[in-house]
Design a protein around this ligand. Structure first.
Ligand code: SF4
Length: 191
């Protein structure tokens, strides 16, 4: 049994079943860590007291940056979305934070240098250098904007800052992942 199969949904009423035992004391003590409390409390401000569903994700993100008092934030963006990122830069700067945009092709490595199986001599996405640059800059929060699947995983693996994703790349549906899922369901229903 897993959470989808579970009929009891006891967790929804503060309970549990035999498969969802947790170490409650340890978990609550982790939440009490000052840094975690800061995130939990500021995240709650965005949705509690009837605010859930009233802010778009970008509005939430801008308010969260202010609430967290981040002094320096990084934008780990896909070069294909550079126009959008240029337009967003002043918006992020209005939060008062210093903003460091770093392109996915930072460092200019080629595909056959990054991928041992590749014979393609074109510029490559380079999430390791993107992360290294953001780490050197000591950004406190990295905002991921449109990175390719896989490159985003490596970036997350190497980053030392807090990380949140604003936009997931899906070229087939203007980066609207829900539309991609709906298209998949339609195709599956036709089979
Ligand atoms: S009660 Fe436990 S198993 Fe059931 S949905 Fe909640 S967490 Fe999952």
């Amino acid at each position: 049994m897993d959470c989808i199969d579970c009929k009891a949904k006891s967790c929804r009423k503060g309970g549990k079943t035999r498969i969802c035992e947790i170490n409650k004391e340890k978990t609550i003590s982790e939440y009490k860590n000052e840094e975690n409390q800061k995130i939990v409390q500021n995240a709650a401000i965005l949705v509690d007291n009837g605010r859930a569903g009233t802010l778009s994700r970008i509005q939430e993100l801008l308010e969260f940056i202010r609430l967290m008092k981040y002094q320096k934030i990084g934008l780990a963006y896909c070069y294909g979305l550079e126009n959008l990122v240029s337009q967003l830069l002043p918006v992020f700067r209005k939060t008062g934070a210093e903003v460091v945009p770093v392109s996915c092709t930072f460092g200019g490595l080629l595909q056959d240098e990054v991928n041992q199986e590749s014979r393609i001599h074109n510029v490559s996405c380079n999430p390791l250098s993107q992360a290294e640059k953001l780490n050197q800059e000591k950004v406190e929060l990295t905002i991921v904007i449109g990175l390719c699947l896989g490159h985003d995983i490596l970036l997350n693996r190497y980053l030392k800052s807090d990380v949140t994703t604003l936009l997931v790349k899906d070229r087939t549906v203007s980066h609207d992942v829900m539309k991609g899922i709906s298209k998949l369901f339609l195709e599956l229903n036709r089979q």
